[in-house]
Ligand binder design. Structure first.
Ligand code: CP
Length: 289
């Protein structure tokens, strides 16, 4: 099986993955005894997703192969399909793939090997959404009725797109905010300053400059003043509210430097939880030890 888009999974399957991730966090062990190999194929830069998938595979007793696009036969014109088919042919058991093209995995339907989507363009980022959900579930114990505002470059963000759908399916009230230029058609939009006092979760996003095509960007200072989480905005949040960010964080732009590790911030807990969620995902697609 593949995990490429959470819309393909039932809510029961998603809750099972989250429960499994929590079990791993609480000490459950699985050992594939070096008999399974996970190939990490990152065609676009990544720090968190790449190395936490690598850590997750190691924790499960799997070996990993870490592909370097710049030193591969891609530079000689090899296609994505043929590159992935190579890793299937040499005996890998699952592929973790990040690629800058939306829905890249549709080109790979001829492969027999399981695919774990580590991010496709501005489409989906299922492992990020699962670690976000795990962090929320740990914090509040439920999803139904929680209010979240996702602030920033919604239009170009696979994190926003993945989370908007799955969080609504789980009964959360999902709002977006930030520059109108980056608003997604059809998504609920709310003024950030009006949202602050009501929200349970503030999720901040980086401006995805690499996906903009000649559109005007704000200066860092202007963005921070208008849409960033400043200390003044932080002080208006509910006592129980938490701050999330998928990272990488641009300190002083979408969030004030001093708030990145503040009491309400769960940013580094999200990264910690990412390892357990990815263990659950790998274990699910491999099926058994
Ligand atoms: N959150 C996230 O996907 O980070 P990386 O791009 O570093 O993997």
């Amino acid at each position: 099986m593949n995990i490429v888009n959470l819309n393909d999974l039932s809510l029961e399957e998603i809750n099972d993955l989250l429960d499994e991730a929590l079990d791993f966090k609480n000490g459950k062990t699985v050992d594939y005894q070096n008999k399974k190999v996970i190939a990490n194929l990152f065609f676009e830069p990544s720090t968190r997703t790449h190395y936490s998938f690598d850590m997750a595979a190691g924790n499960l007793g799997c070996r990993t192969q870490n592909f370097e696009a710049n030193h591969s036969s891609l530079t000689k014109g090899e296609s994505l399909y043929d590159t992935c088919k190579l890793f299937e042919s040499i005996g890998c058991d699952a592929l973790v793939i990040r690629h800058n093209e939306d829905d890249y995995y549709k080109q790979l339907e001829g492969l027999q090997i399981p695919i774990l989507n580590a991010g496709d363009g501005k489409g989906n980022h299922p492992s990020q959404s699962l670690l976000d959900l795990m962090t929320i579930k740990e914090e509040f114990g439920h999803f139904e009725g929680l209010k979240i505002v996702i602030v920033g470059d919604i239009k170009h963000s696979r994190v926003a797109h993945s989370n908007y759908d799955i969080m609504q399916r789980l009964g959360m009230e999902v709002y977006t905010s930030g520059p109108l230029e980056y608003k997604e058609e059809g998504y609920h939009y709310i003024d950030f300053d009006e949202a602050l006092e009501e929200m349970d979760i503030i999720m901040l996003l980086r401006v995805q400059h690499e996906r903009h095509k000649g559109e005007n960007d704000f200066s860092k200072e202007d963005y921070h003043l208008r849409y960033g989480l400043t200390l003044q905005r932080y002080q208006k949040l509910k006592d129980s509210a938490i701050i999330m960010h998928p990272a990488p964080v641009n300190r002083g732009v979408e969030i004030s430097d001093e708030l990145v590790e503040s009491e309400k911030s769960r940013i580094f807990r999200q990264m910690h939880n990412g390892v357990f969620v990815r263990m659950a995902m790998i274990h699910k697609v491999l099926g058994h030890e």
